[in-house]
Design a protein around this ligand. Structure first.
Ligand code: SF4
Length: 352
């Protein structure tokens, strides 16, 4: 890419950003803490979904010290429904590290930033460029799409393509990295959209190789994916004295640290709702009478589809575990606990 084209791209994008840049809540101050929280929330998630979560999160944890001090349940509760919960757990762990190892001041160097949980090269680049205005590149989903089209890159996604994209992103960043990276993200979100890019409104149209070659709808190329496997699970709403039994999922793993109605894999043939059965559920350690099916929930995760069958059940006998990860809770008390999207639906169904 010749130098003139590079500076032309930067100049056009900066001019476009002045007139069309989005007014987003985390852009009012550009503090490292708010940039970081917003960048983590925006991973795999649309801006419109993030904004109310961001506002609630910042009002609960206005500073990194407040976040570091909070119990994990409260952090997950504020994240409830946003998905990809490892982001919240890492945010919490990283906040503690910044407070303990960096006196509560967010590092302003790449080497230090990428030692923090959940902060990779692109998030670190966003913090350095947006909060500290240092000339670091970023490479989130929006930026990847814009650059892939702009330079008509026909490689399949993977490390090879990422390497090329990082080089392009780094070569374009001007001294006003904050505005430039914000402009790239905004162009990807509002003009160079995943589907139906609005090339007619794009400031880069006359420089865009993808547009010139009529490839804008085809790029970026996607790897073909087979159908997602189906997991069939059951969950039990176990009653005892008007309270229900919930437990905390192991911190490591899918939906780690969230609470659940005890769940386990079942064979579809065993879905005989209506027959009263005395069961000892695996990992439960006590006996229950399983009653009627009360709900069926379908949910799609990144790597599988879930079909969750929920049954009412009555405590029968045996000793349920008694510790901080297993609780008997009133219906009203359930609202205090963070649940995954599917188990939140169970809470809502029980609350009528
Ligand atoms: S001209 Fe079209 S494809 Fe090229 S960067 Fe602009 S919106 Fe994207």
């Amino acid at each position: 890419m010749v130098l003139k084209t590079k500076s032309d791209i930067s100049r056009r994008l900066l001019r476009w950003f002045k007139a069309h840049g989005r007014d987003l809540p985390w852009r009012s101050a550009f503090s490292p803490y708010t940039v970081w929280v917003s960048e983590i929330m925006l991973q795999q998630t649309q801006v419109e979904t993030v904004i109310p979560y961001y506002r609630r999160f910042l009002s609960s944890f206005p500073t990194i010290q407040a976040l570091a001090k909070a119990p994990q349940d409260l952090v997950l509760k504020q994240w409830e429904g946003l998905g990809y919960y490892s982001r919240a757990r890492n945010l919490h762990r990283a906040a503690k590290q910044v407070v303990e190892a960096f006196n509560g001041r967010f590092p302003d160097q790449m080497d230090a930033l990428i030692t923090l949980p959940g902060i990779g090269k692109s998030t670190a680049g966003a913090i350095l460029s947006l909060a500290y205005n240092q000339p670091f590149p970023i490479l989130d989903g929006n930026v990847k799409r814009v650059l892939t089209r702009l330079f008509a890159l026909r490689a399949l996604p993977g490390a090879g393509l990422d390497k090329i994209l990082w080089a392009y992103s780094a070569s374009l960043v001007p001294s006003d990295a904050r505005s430039f990276n914000s402009a790239l993200m905004d162009l990807g979100a509002t003009v160079c959209r995943p589907r139906n890019p609005v090339c007619g409104l794009c400031p880069l149209k006359t420089l865009c190789q993808g547009f010139e070659q009529h490839l804008q709808e085809l790029l970026p190329l996607k790897k073909k994916r087979g159908p997602l496997p189906l997991r069939v699970q059951s969950a039990l709403v176990i009653w005892k004295n008007k309270r229900v039994f919930i437990r905390k999922r192991p911190v490591k793993g899918l939906l780690g640290g969230l609470w659940e109605f005890p769940e386990e894999a079942i064979k579809k043939a065993n879905l005989t709702g209506g027959t009263k059965r005395l069961e000892i559920y695996q990992n439960l350690g006590f006996q229950v009478n399983v009653g009627e099916a009360i709900l069926k929930i379908r949910q799609t995760f990144t790597h599988f589809k879930l079909e969750l069958h929920i049954f009412n059940a009555e405590y029968h006998s045996g000793s349920p575990p008694r510790d901080k990860n297993h609780r008997w809770v009133s219906l009203a008390g359930l609202r205090e606990f963070p649940f995954s999207a599917s188990h939140k639906k169970i809470v809502e169904a029980l609350s009528g």
